[in-house]
Design a protein around this ligand. Structure first.
Ligand SMILES: O=c1ccn([C@H]2C[C@H](O)[C@@H](COP(=O)(O)OP(=O)(O)OP(=O)(O)O)O2)c(=O)[nH]1
Ligand SMILES: [Mg+2]
Length: 171
């Protein structure tokens, strides 16, 4: 069964920028382009404009996700991944990128696809303060409570994570 896509109003703030587009039918993320060329030195970050503004219906949010091809090839990450676009936001969608490659610059031309936008329904809640929460199997276990990882534990000087956890337990 084919689902009817949600109609979303988009404003082009740059008349030439391509509209966000899905690479394949059924993809979750629609690609966003940068309207500015950029060169990022190793470790450098930048806020890239997309030339796009949207009006999401109430009860929706859009999330700016990294593109895995750029992550694998260039070491490009989004500092705030995923970036949250609130339903009421009418400004330009911007993408906060960082070059995590230790040696190579990351170069982008105008209209390169730099990130992808995932539109989702979201709940808003009313927060009711209580003195006790209902029980659960997990209870307060977290941060690796279900088992370790080969990179964590043992190994010389490599267990910063475990020391953080045990410091907290001592408090
Ligand atoms: O990657 C992003 C993340 C956010 N935004 C825009 C849309 C979002 O609705 C607004 C605020 O984002 P967020 O709530 O994450 O930032 P904040 O630091 O909490 O700002 P504010 O105080 O405006 O909520 O900024 C972007 O354009 N790109
Ligand atoms: Mg906010």
């Amino acid at each position: 069964m084919t689902r009817t896509p949600l109609d979303l109003r988009v404003r082009r703030l740059d008349p030439e920028v391509p509209l966000p587009a899905y690479g394949n039918p059924g993809d979750a993320g629609a690609d966003l382009c940068t309207t500015e060329a950029a060169v990022l030195a190793p470790g450098e970050r930048a806020v890239l404009p997309t030339g796009i503004a949207i009006a999401l219906p109430e009860g929706y949010a859009a999330f700016v996700h990294p593109r895995s091809g750029l992550a694998a090839r260039l070491g490009l990450a989004l500092v705030n991944a995923p970036g949250t676009i609130d339903a009421g936001y009418r400004g330009e969608i911007k993408v906060i990128v960082v070059n995590l490659d230790p040696r190579e610059k990351a170069r982008f031309e105008r209209f390169d696809r730099i990130a992808q936008l995932v539109v989702q329904q979201v709940e808003t809640v009313r927060f009711h303060e209580v003195s006790e929460l209902p029980g659960s199997v997990r209870a307060e276990g977290g941060f690796g409570s279900t088992g370790g990882h080969s990179a964590v534990g043992g190994g010389e000087g490599g267990n910063h994570y475990a020391s953080v956890v045990s410091d907290r337990e001592g408090q």
